[in-house]
Design a protein around this ligand. Sequence first.
Ligand SMILES: N[C@@H](CCC(=O)N[C@@H](CS)C(=O)NCC(=O)O)C(=O)O
Length: 211
Amino acid sequence: MSTLVLHSIAMSPYGWTAALTAAEKGVDCDIVPIPEAGTPERLKLHPFGKMPVLQHGDVFVYETLAITHYIDRAFAGPVLQPLEVKRQTDMLRWISIVSGYVFPLMNGLIKERTAAFWRGDAPDEAALEAMREPLAHQFRLINDTVWKQPFLAGDQLTLADLFLVPHLHLVSTTPEGQEALAHAPGAMAWLERLRARPSFEATNPLTLRFG
Ligand SMILES: N[C@@H](CCC(=O)N[C@@H](CS)C(=O)NCC(=O)O)C(=O)O
């Protein structure tokens, strides 16, 4: 049994953020399937029925910001939350941006594309078109930030980067994401920097092999 258990599914972007955090700290972590939505078992783990939920011995933590904070503070290894006030503020603002704006938009885009793919249908072009400008806006903001510094909150990797990278990687598999990245070379270089880290390789749900 690994030190940490994530009750989640491999394709959850928030679950991936938690797994990345464990990998960056060098802590072994398994993903186990979370009970089905709407069941009492699921609601016992997470009162809002979401994922992931972290288990460390008899400690259970839900909400990804709390989970990643816990992993960072409970274990040795590189510090992923800067103490310096400006850097910490930038990190928190980016995590808030990811949860408040990036996740709803990029997850919506990925869902539209994957649902259409699995249905064998054409995607809803009007829905995709409506996402184009908000997506470009988010990519401009990311690009402008990592154009002048290697990571979202400065020159060190922080939790903010680990919150954003699942979304950017997943959206980069769509034509809309590829188009947005083509206009955002700083964001592309940041994504490549994150992809080159061993933590990414170890946790990428699109390349994980089971058994
Ligand atoms: N505020 C939660 C959000 C987690 C979240 O939205 N997780 C998604 C998967 S990435 C989920 O549980 N989706 C299933 C559902 O909404 O029923 C957190 O930070 O952990």
